[in-house]
Design a protein around this ligand. Sequence first.
Ligand code: DX5
Ligand code: ZN
Length: 218
Amino acid sequence: MFKIAPSILSANFARLEDEIKKVEIPGVQYLHVDVMDGQFVPNITIGAPVVKAIKKATKLPLDVHLMIVKPEKYIDDFIKAGADLVTIHVEATNAPDKVISAIKAKGVKAGLSVKPGTPLETMAEYYDIVDLILVMTVEPGFGGQKLIPSAIDKIRELRKIKDKGKYKFIIEADGGVTEDNIHEYVGAGAELIVAGNAVFADPNPTEAVKRLLSKGVK
Ligand code: DX5
Ligand code: ZN
């Protein structure tokens, strides 16, 4: 059974606590928090102080997606702020294994992510140490973009690798999810689906999550 991680990127930031409450329902496993630095991606969002405030406002575990260069400099800040899962990009650091170990040493789950143009092979040596692999299904940087169709094949490929190698990592997919295409992500083998625009641009985010959950399986 797949789960949803609503991304607050498309929420009303002036009413964040109210927005988060709307998605605290069964089937939602994490709240997805997109951290962007204006360097790794061409957009700037939020930092650790906001994560700390969100942590106080919800019981949902926080899935913190770091789209920042040199994540090793900031992981402690985000863990102290309350991240339950910290995902870094394989493209953002020279030593992903060290950063993954540092995250896990703090008792927090560690994820590794790839941009659409980055091959899965770049993560192969980390398959047995990561808790989660996040496949970007749009170019990271902005919510509300269209799914890049080839990314679905990448999910399918990763799922084969996971099943064959009996790896424990969870497969998360991020970007471009809609009610009409969520079955493609799930069908390809994604287990945790990030949804920003499909949830928070909807007038009723609670119902939007329920619809995504019901439409994920054909
Ligand atoms: C994009 C972010 C995503 C984004 C997804 O860089 O990593 O988490 O919020 O938004 P939607 O679901 O609108 O594509
Ligand atoms: Zn994200």
